[in-house]
Structure formats: C-alpha cells, structure tokens
Design a protein around this ligand. Sequence first.
Ligand code: SF4
Ligand code: SF4
Length: 259
Amino acid sequence: MARTRKPRLAVWKFASCDGCQLSLLDCEDELLTVAGAVDIAYFMEATRGKVSGRYDLSLVEGSVTTPHDAERIQDVRKRSRRLVTIGACATAGGIQSLRNFADVAEYASIVYARPDYIQTLATSTAIADHVRVDFELRGCPIAKHQLLEVVGAFLAGRRPVVPPHSVCLECKLRGNVCVMVAHGTPCLGPVTHAGCGALCPAYDRGCYGCFGPMETPNAVSLSGRLGELGMDGRDLTRVYRTFNANAPDFRAEGERHAP
Ligand code: SF4
Ligand code: SF4
C-alpha cells in the first residue's frame, strides 16, 4: 500500500524582525504535534535542512523592501499551494513602511556610511501587493493560538476561524474596564483587529494598534473622539503610523490628518 506523504510546510522570511517566526517556535506544547503532522521542508530559523520543490503551505513573514525580494516572492508563490502571510510586516508593510511617507534616499544617507552599497526600494509593501495570498494573519507579533488555528485549518482543508472583530470585544469578554471611557486614555481598540486578548487595556494602557485594522474599522469616528481627548492632527497622524502604517485604513486616516 502506498504511503501518503505528509504536507510540506515552508516558512519564509522577508524584511522583518523574526518575531512571528519565533511565535511558531514558541508553541512549546504544540510544536511536536505540528512537527508530527507536517514535513518541515524549509524553515531557516529552526533548521538548516531543506527540501526543495513545491510546498503545500507556505507561511511568509516580512515585507517587500528590495528588488531581490520582489522577485523572490514570485518564486515562493509559484512553489506554494497555499500561501499565508503572518504579522504586521507581511500583511501591512511593517514599521519599515514609515519610509513610504519619507525620502528613502535621505534615510539611507543618514544611516549607512556607504549608502551607494544599499539596494532598496522606495517603499515597504505587504506581500499581498505582489502576489495572491490565501490568508492574512495579523499581529506584531502574531498570536500563537491564531497561528495554530491557521496551520490546522489549512492542513484540514478549511478556512481558518479567526474572528475579524475589534479589540473592544475582547476587552468586554475579559471584563476590562474601558480605559478610554473610565480614564480618558486614548485607545485604538475600537479599530484594531482582535487576537491579543485585549492585553494593553488589561494593564490600564490604551491599545496602539499592533494587530492592525479590524474588518470595516470606523477610524474617522474614532479620530473624532481622540481629538476630543486632546490629540491634534500631528498626534493623530503619528498614532496611525506605527507597525501598520501602510495598512490601507490606517494609512488613509494618517494621511487625512497629516500636516
Ligand atoms: S479600553 Fe480600548 S479596547 Fe477596551 S473597550 Fe475601551 S476602547 Fe475598546
Ligand atoms: S497594542 Fe492593542 S492589539 Fe497590540 S497587544 Fe496591545 S491591546 Fe493588543
């Protein structure tokens, strides 16, 4: 009887800090089960061993910031049956997309002694701006329980169940007192994608949007409230321009208030 081969998993890195790949390695209790269910065919963060060819599921961390990466992602897509992007860099361009609002040549001249050695694009963009993506998992870094759900779902041939609602709903489920209502602390929870379990408000801090925009965020309305709490246009631009600065909803709201 022919043995069925295990699905091949590949994990790719583009411009990123490796934090989302570490979230996979951080699945200490579940890692052996994952490793038993798949053939880890390419995962440089974890092993030098690699299997070339095609992959059943590719997880892609990081954004596209160089001409080489713009070519490499096309090759990754061709070799992947399913491609899932993980984290703020891969889904929205990451913190490095702040270059999109500035002059990248000026940055390079300040940071590098020999900027003429640097080959970089003028922008940092999400993987979905370059190739077809089967699912985007948000977060900076991603939440481990959501990652396991995504990997399990694709191995089972179904859509992942990752709620697209806001951090506010997680706050209510956790029983947090709303920091914005009770203390007037600015909070991006109403427009931010769930996944962290409302971590920051649980410690009396406002959310700063590391999971990126939720589905259908009303950022215009939230900005109105943040303005009442004392934020001016410059503050509002900066609050939307962090890890997910180039996510379309946050980018548009940041631009709307830009001086
Ligand atoms: S603290 Fe923030 S995330 Fe929590 S309910 Fe209030 S506005 Fe929403
Ligand atoms: S910034 Fe917002 S989304 Fe990120 S961990 Fe804090 S509450 Fe969660």
